[in-house]
Each structure stands twice: as C-alpha cells, then as structure tokens.
Write a protein that binds this ligand. Structure first.
Ligand code: GLN
Length: 514
C-alpha cells in the first residue's frame, strides 16, 4: 500500500523501527503536494528545502540514538495562524502578509519538541472568519472530493490537505466550528478540544473566549496521537487548564462499556439535507449494534446559538483586531499616497473650517491601513462587534448574548446528566458548490448551526466521517462530550471507526494511487 495511505500511527512505528526515514516520508508528501496542489490549493506556503532539512536532522538524531519524541519525524501541516519563529504567518490576510513572528506559539514549540516535520502552512478564511476558505485574501482551497466545491472553513486547508493525503496530520483552530465543519465536508476526523485544553499562546486571536486549537487526521487514533502532543497547561496562557493530559493514544482503542449516547433531537428537527439525516440515523444504529444505549436529548437553546455567536464572536474580534493599526506591526498604507491625498483635499477645501475638518495624517493612516489591509468579511465582523459593544447597545446585544450563552451551558449540563456523549450532524448539508454563499453571508453563518454550541459552552466536540451523499460527498458525525472528556470522545469515535470504513474512503485521485 502507498505510504500516503498509511495512518499516522503506523507511520510513526515504521519510523521508530528504522524501516522508514523521515526524509523519504517527507519527500513522498512533498511530491503529493507538488502533484495536486495546483488543483487543491490547500497550502499558503510550502518550503520544500526547509521541510527536508528538518527531516534529515531528525533522521540524524535518530541515528545518533536520541529520543525523537512521539511524532518522531512525521510531517505535520499547520494552519497559517500559528506564530512560528521566522516563518511568515499571514492568517490569510493582507494585514499580515509579511508578518514574521519573533517567537513560536506554544503548540509549534510542542510540535517541534515532539519531532514533527513542519511541512507547510495551510490556507484558511481571513482571520479564521468564514466557513469556506473563500475569505482567504490569497486563494480558495478546493474540496478534494470535488474541486468545484468548498472544503469548508475556516480550517479548510487543514482538512483538505489530510483528505488529499498531502499530510498525515494537521493542526487547525475552531472558534465556532472551524475544525469540525471542514473535517465533515472533506471526510476527515477533527477534534475541537475543551476551551483551555490546548494553549492559545501564539495563536492569532479571533474571539478569545471561543478560540481553541485542535488536531485533524484521517482517524480517531491519529487525532489522539496529535492531541496528546498539543494538549497541556501553559503558564503563558492564563486560560489554559492545569490538569494532567491523559495518554489518549493508549486508551483510544478501549471500547466504552454501556455508553450512553444522547441523540440531539433539536438538531435533527432543523432543515437537514436528507442524506445527512439518513447518515446520522444510520450512525445511531451502529452505536446500538456496538452495545450503546441511545436516548433522545434536547438542547432547547441551541437554535439561538448562531445569533449568540454572531454577537459574541464579532464583539471579541472587534477588540482583538484593534491592534492592526499600521503602527505596531503588519500592513501599513503607502505614506506617499496618503500625503498626496491629503494635499489634494487641502487644495480642494473651500474654507479654512473645511480644511480643519480633514482627517489628520495619523487618523488617515489608521483608516487607510485598515480599509486596505482587511477583507470584506473581516470588516463586517468589526462593524458588527463595534456596534454590539457601543454604549446604548451593549445591554441589548452583548449582555443579552452572554445571558443566552449561560442558558446554552445549562442545556449541555442537563443533557450530560442523561448521556455520556451527544450525537448529531456536524453540518446541515454536504459541501456546497464554490460561490454558493457569495451573496448570502447569513446562509454561510448557518452552516455552523450545530457546532457553535460547543464553543459557547467551552466543551469538546469531534467530527468523524459517517457516510456519503448521493453525489459521493462526505458526511460528518458530531459527537460532543463534557469539558476535559476528549478521551471519551476519541474512544467513542474509534469504536465507530472499528465498525465502519467511512474514514478509510479517499477521493478518487488518492484512492487510485499506490
Ligand atoms: N464559520 C464561523 C465564523 O465564521 C466559525 C469560524 C471559526 O470557527 N474560526 O465565525
């Protein structure tokens, strides 16, 4: 079988046993990228030489008898919002097009220490705002199952590169669904950890009370391998949880006896694509056949999730993005054009009063920097957030949203009295054609209807392949668990993957390669 179709767990053991070098493996992935990246466009940056150099260094260290860490020479792709020392970190924005962080995000430091080869930086929606990668300032990633369709987002490149066998593991981030939704649309497994499970230090911030970094891979086992590397307390992130990290990779294969599955009826009552509904109902039967008890549960406030999220996330974004002012770092408007514009306006001014009302060079610099550096969706979010936080509207919108957030937390608490994991669809439909939501931002927002709840409540969620639509597009199954129960999610997902082979299906161009 082709190397690229092996699981990360298998590859790590081949590397460990000396049956495979990291350089050969990295070369195989780089060749796959070279061959298909023209169509898929999953990466914003791949540095072939740098990747091979890392792999060769790791091979040398292994030959010298050093401990290579749990990833021991395995290539990992990272979403282009994780600060990496000396490596351009763009967040798919013009604003950060030339930004080279002087430090590593904690997860990058952990990956390096674990022996990962950082193979490339994946495309995303600008500042992680979006669900299709079409908001990237640089390129649109295509769905490997059908290049006419969206891969999902915002971690679309992260999901697509795994589906296209361009990397065995990848790291994404999820603020409202950005790991799980693209994982579902690209037919891979992706986990959003509990808020605080993984350090956010060095993650370019979108909405700080919702953002969480997490792994994507073909299988739950591979996700377990990567989560174990990413997770853990970090003194540099005061919201990171100080709790021991379980050995996910050792427990993932243990089935859960007497598992109580809660079928989220509210999510099935929404307007669901019939193929998605059928796949989710079939997944329920699979769990029953594995000995689980399935009971219906309700998350009555989940229908307010999108409205709540689209007040809270933009509010936090408007505050986080205030730092991009052209003065500190990132894009700055062209100053000579700015001076010329000011001179022209001064000349055109009819009176001294009119001239006095013109923006000062500094205000002009801020305004032009931000209007040129940010894309349309980012501006929309900044305006929404600024509005929701402004005096007079703060109580009506922001405060109200916080209250609904609390109700959503309570819903989950009640549901987890009855069930160990909650089960439902990840997305209302399989991948839409490119451009489908071009003039319909609300339609795009609604694709996260089932995923935002986990972010608002800070709990863990996983998306795993559970079927295919009539058109042969992947469908994702959503499992959610209480805070810090990633181990339970991974075990439940692995149980499903022992009984089904959806996670083994690959797009034709991958399946036919050997
Ligand atoms: N699609 C959602 C948004 O645009 C979620 C994004 C995310 O999780 N980063 O905000």
């Amino acid at each position: 079988m082709s190397l690229l179709k092996k699981s990360a767990v298998e590859l790590v053991s081949l590397l460990r046993d000396g049956e495979l070098t990291s350089a050969d493996l990295t070369r195989a992935y780089l060749n796959q990228i070279e061959e298909h990246e023209g169509t898929i466009q999953a990466f914003l940056h791949v540095d072939r030489e740098a990747a091979l150099q890392q792999a060769e260094d790791l091979d040398r260290r292994r030959a010298a008898g050093e401990n290579m860490g749990p990833l021991g020479g395995l290539p990992v792709a990272v979403k282009d919002l994780l600060c990496t020392r000396g490596v351009t970190t763009t967040c798919a924005s013009r604003m950060l097009e030339n930004f080279r962080p002087p430090y590593d995000a904690t997860v990058i430091a952990r990956l390096k220490a674990a022996g990962a080869v950082l193979i490339g930086r994946t495309n995303m929606d600008e500042f992680a705002m979006g669900g299709s990668c079409e908001n990237s300032a640089f390129q649109t990633t295509k769905n490997p199952w059908d290049p006419e369709r969206i891969p999902g987002g915002s971690s679309g490149g992260a999901a697509a590169c795994v589906a296209a066998a361009m990397a065995p593991l990848s790291v994404g981030s999820d603020t409202g669904g950005s790991i799980r939704q693209p994982a579902a649309l690209c037919g891979v497994t992706g986990l959003k950890p509990t808020y605080g499970r993984v350090s956010r230090y060095g993650l370019v911030a979108f909405a700080s009370s919702l953002d969480q970094i997490g792994p994507l891979a073909a299988t739950a086992e591979d996700v377990a391998l990567l989560l174990e590397v990413l997770a853990g307390h970090d003194p540099l992130d005061s919201t990171s949880i100080d709790a021991p990290v379980p050995r996910y990779i050792e427990t993932v294969r243990q089935p859960l006896e007497g598992l109580r599955v809660g079928l989220v009826t509210d999510h099935l009552a929404e307007q669901l694509d019939p193929d998605v509904e059928a796949a989710v109902r079939e997944a329920v039967r699979v769990y029953e056949s594995l000995g689980a008890n399935v009971e219906e549960v309700s998350l009555p406030h989940s229908r307010y999730g999108i409205a709540t999220y689209y007040v809270i996330a933009p509010s936090e974004a408007s505050s986080n993005l205030a730092r991009y002012d052209g003065a500190h770092y990132g894009y700055r408007t062209d100053e000579s054009a700015l001076q010329a514009e000011l001179a022209a306006e001064r000349a055109a001014a009819q009176s001294e009063q009119e001239e006095a009302r013109l923006d000062t060079p500094l205000v002009r610099m801020y305004r032009k920097t931000r209007s040129e550096g940010f894309g349309a969706e980012v501006k929309r979010r900044i305006m929404l957030g600024t509005y929701a936080l402004s005096s007079g509207y703060y109580d009506a919108y922001y405060l109200k949203a916080l209250k609904v957030r609390r109700l959503i937390v309570e819903d989950y608490r009640a549901a987890f009295q009855k069930a160990d994991v909650l089960l439902g669809p990840v997305t209302p439909s399989p991948a839409m054609p490119l451009g489908h939501f071009k003039d319909d931002p609300l339609g795009m927002y609604l694709t996260d209807l089932f995923t935002v709840g986990a972010n608002l409540a800070g709990i863990a969620g996983i998306s795993l392949p559970c079927g295919q639509s009539r058109e042969g597009l992947p469908i994702g199954l959503h499992l959610q668990a209480p805070p810090l129960e990633e181990e339970r999610l991974l075990r439940a997902a692995h149980m499903f993957q022992t009984a089904t082979d959806w996670h083994r299906r690959r797009p034709d161009f991958v399946a036919s390669e050997d």
